[in-house]
Write a protein that binds this ligand. Sequence first.
Ligand code: BGC
Length: 655
Amino acid sequence: MRLTKTIRKTRAQNAKNKARSKNKLLTKRFIAFAVSIVIIGGAVFRIIYIKQNELTFPVLSPPASDALYKNPSQPIEARVKDLLERMSLEEKIGQMALIDKRSLSKPQDIKDFGLGGILSGAGAKPSTNDPQNWYRMVAEMKKQSKESRLGIPIFYGIDANHGHSNVLGATIFPHSIGLGASGDAELVNKIAEATASEIKATGINWNYSPSLDAPKDIRWGRVYEAYSDDPGLNSKLGVAYINGTQGPGQSYILASAKHYLGTGSMVWGESNHKKFKIDQGKILNDEHALNNYYLPPYKAAVDAGVGSIMVGLSEWGDTRIIDNKYLITDKLKTELGFKGFVVSDWYGAYEYSGTSKYRANINTINAGLDMAMLPYEYKAFIKDVRKAVQKNEISQGRIDDAVSRILYQKFRAGLFDEKEQDPDIKIVGSIAHRQLARQAVSSSTVLLKNNEVLPLSKTNGEILIAGSGADNVGRQSGAWTVEWQGIDGNWVPGATSILQGIRQTVGNSGVQIHYNKDGAFNDRKKKADVGIAIVSEKPYAEGWGDNPSPRIDKADLETIRRLKLSSNKVIVIIISGRPLFINDEIKSWDAAVAAWLPGSEGAGIADVLFRDKSFSATLPLPWPAIESQLPINHDGATKDQSRPLFPRGYGLTTN
Ligand code: BGC
């Protein structure tokens, strides 16, 4: 009995073991099967993917060394024509592609795909950020382009909108809003020339400036990139900048007026971008505003010979401006007679198109776009546009027109005839440029209120200094400085904070300066003569700076309050990219100064505080008191018809 039981048990155990090992085997087979499916599937997918992205250029022989287009003594038109006739369709489309340097799979792609332009989008810098390394990085890319079959050099673009500000060590000039406050075309012209020479020293040949935007709403995060809300002032300063950039000085750099068209007049709450409120938003389709406010600065820029114009990311009514043939071809190219090339903004050709990239490229090129800031996926762009031409969805004539415009500007900029030269690296951040920037700071600082406290004495007295912007070059420089969203702190080589500038100015005179960032001077026995609170906005760029209610932040208000306890008089200096709502607070200050975003030369502020120079700047746009006044029309009328805190053109002096 017992034996049979044991035998049964053993048999059952064996059966179990068998079943278990069978299961194991099945599992193993299944895993092996699944793994092979994944491997094979992956391989098939890879083949399809590579096939889809494969882009081969027809193999053509190089041109003769004496080809007409290579001859600098030939007229530009003849050189363009000769070169165009030698180009394959793929080479032409390659010229229409502008890509961010970070998107290059390998530098040789510039040569292999005949790319037309490379840019350093904000923050795209060499691994070590100094002028020498910028030069090396760009030189390598230029070399690749010159080794392409036809040797067509690239445009290398950058946003040097307040000096060559991506480069550590460069002079950081005041942002445009400050230059608008100076109203000084000659100064702007000199700044553009100085910036162009710093750009040239790093081998770059294209600057995405000037901005001709005209902000109607201070809640927008790009107010400071504009000179003014006044089309007349924008035209005057824009032309001065273009002339300084594109010559006739030593350094011809291609300028780009932006952001065509009407940017600054978007409606709050109507942005294309999910995270923004007004940037990249809708502009009302208004023919009167178009002809009277939006087009005039571009007419002035075109008449000044600007080589490129960047179309913005906004909508005109319900359609994107970049898709709008009426605005780009009929108005800009035909009516204004623009002969340069039209470039789109970052992802401008397709980010918000609501259609496929293929269709978006067709729409934008047919609307008049000549060079697309992709900024990635150049192979797909060339393939798509080639297909569209082959299917007659874009005419060969349109492609030829776009490429001729680009080539014309390349010849005009002398890119084909450039000789290798040692770069003038020393000019980057040179003393002469810093002096010019310092002068620009004092010319752009607006005195808003003065109850007999300014100018300050340079010979005696005691001054307390406080505030988030007092000793912070990053804050006073704002965004588009080294990084897209700016930096915090004092790590820009050669720069001077406002506190340092004041200390340098008073030197060893009898004036005593005490600094405490938070204004905590509570251990004092007696009040100081003057307290200066330097309050600041944190740097921001583009829609990240859209703000429903721009104001002085709580910490700085607290600092002002504390400073008042220890000073007889209080001066508030506002470092900001736009007017802030100060209606309630200003009443209790003895003096108020709008310093905008002055850049690397903080000593320029001391120059006006201590009257080494009188205050002369005036507001380049109205300074609103409350939100209900927004937007403020270009003629100065507020939305609720009440008076702004200060109108455009307001500014006191200390003469
Ligand atoms: C900005 C342009 C800029 C471009 C290239 C975009 O995000 O709107 O003003 O020129 O980037 O950096």
